[in-house]
Design a binder for this molecule. Structure first.
Ligand SMILES: Nc1ncnc2c1ncn2[C@@H]1O[C@H](COP(=O)(O)OP(=O)(O)OP(=O)(O)O)[C@@H](O)[C@H]1O
Ligand SMILES: [Mg+2]
Length: 250
């Protein structure tokens, strides 16, 4: 990626739900290897933005380019094959299957956007190897034979990130990965995310400002579906408009 062509570009992205405009003219540039946090009050349009990027929703207007190619409106499985993967806020695991089986299914069914082999499908490691890699990446290598239902809540959330990672995505979208976690679980998840390979570009919706400050290279603040502010964590924190939004909602 010499020259720094962005991995993901959103141009004037808009999504209406009837009279409501959930995402309103959002433009974004996400660099390859970047870790970007999306923050903003409840209802700001963060999850809707993710749904537009992953193909769960079609935009009402605007464009999305991934590696320079338009993806807006493509079905989710096609977007996934291009190399975009996500974890959900609510759990998305097979509870009776083991950790390894959950990861292996994801690796076998998942996208083909290898981050380590520049998309050369024929040379991708097999599903079992990718499942084991993903388990190690999310600190669950010693729990491979455990049914998912027997993991703690925090470990289940880690496994969900692993499931998203097992498809070897270029871009990983995480919607509130620390939601509902204890401080210890949050710290563990943060350390785990910090340790992910830089080749996986991260877009993360997060309410916990400690997580945002330790993880994000840049922060985008959404408010009523619009980009209110963008910059480093320190820049965004010092923006009086951001202060007002959070003071008003806190
Ligand atoms: N499928 C839908 N149909 C109708 N309205 C929707 C739909 N999805 C989202 N909305 C509305 O769009 C707005 C933005 O919702 P969204 O879930 O994107 O917010 P969010 O920033 O993720 O909020 P939170 O922090 O609570 O998760 C909200 O007013 C929500 O009620
Ligand atoms: Mg949301």
């Amino acid at each position: 990626m010499a020259g720094g062509a962005p991995l993901l570009v959103a141009e004037r992205l808009t999504r209406h739900f009837g009279a409501l405009t959930a995402v309103n003219g959002v433009s974004l540039d996400i660099a390859s290897r970047e870790r970007r946090a999306i923050i903003g009050p409840n209802g700001a349009g963060k999850t809707t933005l993710f749904n537009l990027i992953t193909g769960s929703l079609a935009p009402s207007a605007g464009r999305i380019l991934f590696e320079g190619r338009p993806i807006a409106g493509l079905p989710p499985h096609v977007v996934a094959r291009r190399g975009i993967s996500r974890s959900f806020q609510r759990t998305n695991l097979f509870p009776r299957l083991t950790v390894l089986e959950n990861l292996r299914l994801a690796a076998a069914a998942g996208g083909r956007g290898s981050y380590n082999l520049l998309g050369r499908v024929a040379r991708l490691p097999g599903p079992l190897l990718r499942a084991r890699d993903a388990a190690a990446a999310v600190d669950l290598a010693d729990r491979l034979q455990e049914p998912a239902s027997r993991l703690s809540y925090g470990e289940q959330r880690q496994l969900e990130v692993g499931v998203a990672l097992a498809t070897s995505p270029k871009l990983l979208l995480l919607d509130e990965p620390t939601a509902g976690m204890s401080p210890e679980e949050t710290l563990r998840m943060t350390r785990m995310l910090e340790g992910l390979p830089r080749e996986v570009t991260l877009l993360i919706i997060e309410h916990d400002m400690d997580v945002v400050s330790s993880l994000a290279d840049r922060v985008t603040v959404l408010h009523y579906g619009e980009v209110l502010s963008e910059g480093s964590f320190q820049e965004v924190k010092a923006d009086p408009r951001v202060y007002e939004v959070y003071l008003g909602s806190a």
